[in-house]
Write a protein that binds this ligand. Structure first.
Ligand SMILES: *Cc1c(COP(=O)(O)O)cnc(C)c1O
Length: 336
């Protein structure tokens, strides 16, 4: 069954042009040696809001009718920042709902954009209910972080750009949470080359899409603190689009541990000199941990964001122990 097509992604490309497109796609010499083939990184962390979510948000906000009163969303941080940026560009109101699990650096980044920010409850689900209440009460349009055709179309432009730059890609590694990114990238990539493997990667703690694909239907999982905080949250029991697309198009889904994420963040910093969120390095983490099939050609991954708490990041790169919520992570200096 065709859920979305290349045409949806091409129309999204039109709506985001000049604002959220054409990020660099650069090789990592270190990771290429590990992979045995070129290993390329799509640098979505260089977007104006520091994460790829601007693509989906711009695509959705620019598709709204002229009489729209404003937009709202729930977010683990990066989607909210993208929606706030896009709403500002269109000159409409935005209300961003987040839970207490969202790191302060992400909350501050959104407040700086001058939009209405609400911190509600301790889970992404509670933030989602507030955002849904606002739609009914104030006539705002809700923009889902992943289960929306315009959002998926916007994220899919990443796959389009990757395959245009490197038609020889054998494997694409996609950080996976609600699956908007993976659904869009897989739709674009498989339309251009049905043989390219698209693998979704997520953290062990709270892997909603991974569990849902195995259960054959959307399931709820507990939410935990993680180095990959941007991958937190469920996929929604009423999921309409991102679940069936990920189920049908992803070749596999793979889990990585907190320690593997910590190590991959160090690798990115010391080998590539790149500051990246835990969520953005799960592709590298899976490759470094030997959890992926042997590539037969170039590998591409998406460095999805850079919006992390710098004190936490400083501890990671210097190998100190750290604590995020209930999570304790043992530090190791790089190369030790
Ligand atoms: C949202 C996000 C993801 C996951 O995207 P989904 O569409 O929810 O699967 C990965 N990395 C970062 C940095 C994000 O903000």
């Amino acid at each position: 069954m065709m859920h979305m097509t290349l045409a949806d992604i091409l129309s999204a490309r039109h709506r985001i042009r000049g604002v959220a497109d054409n990020t660099p796609f650069i090789p990592s010499p270190f990771m290429s040696a590990v992979a045995g083939h070129d290993f390329l990184m799509k640098m979505e962390s260089m977007q104006p809001v520091g994460a790829f979510k601007l693509r989906g948000a711009m695509s959705a906000v620019m598709a709204l009718p002229d009489d729209v009163r404003g937009v709202t969303c729930c977010s683990t941080g990066n989607h909210g920042r993208g929606v706030a940026f896009a709403a500002n560009r269109r000159g409409i109101k935005a209300v961003i709902c987040m839970s207490e699990l969202v790191p302060q650096a992400k909350v501050d980044g959104i407040r700086e954009l001058g939009v209405d920010v609400r911190i509600i409850g301790t889970t992404q689900d509670q933030a989602m209910h507030e955002s849904q209440r606002l739609c009914a009460a104030e006539g705002l349009v809700e923009i889902s972080p992943f289960d929306d055709p315009q959002v998926i179309g916007g994220q899919g432009t990443i796959g389009l750009e990757m395959l245009e730059a490197r038609p020889d890609l054998d494997m694409i590694l996609v950080p996976l949470s609600g699956g908007g990114l993976a659904a869009g990238v897989a739709t674009a990539a498989k339309a251009i080359n049905p043989d390219v493997q698209v693998i979704g990667i997520t953290m062990e703690r709270g892997a909603a899409m991974y569990e849902s694909i195995r259960a054959g239907k959307p399931v709820e999982v507990s939410e935990y603190s993680s180095l990959a905080d941007s991958l937190g949250g469920g996929i929604g029991l009423q999921n309409r689009l991102s679940f069936p697309i990920c189920r049908d198009l992803l070749d596999d889904t793979v889990l990585v541990t907190e320690d593997e994420i910590r190590h991959a963040m160090q690798v990115m910093f010391y080998e590539d000199r790149i500051v990246a969120e835990g969520a953005s390095v799960v592709g590298q983490a899976a490759m470094l941990a030997g959890k992926l099939p042997q590539p037969k050609g170039p590998v591409g991954t998406i460095v999805t964001g850079r919006n992390l708490d710098m004190p936490t990041f400083a501890k990671i790169v210097t190998g100190q122990d750290l604590r995020i919520g209930d999570l304790k992570i043992k530090g190791t200096p790089y190369g030790a």
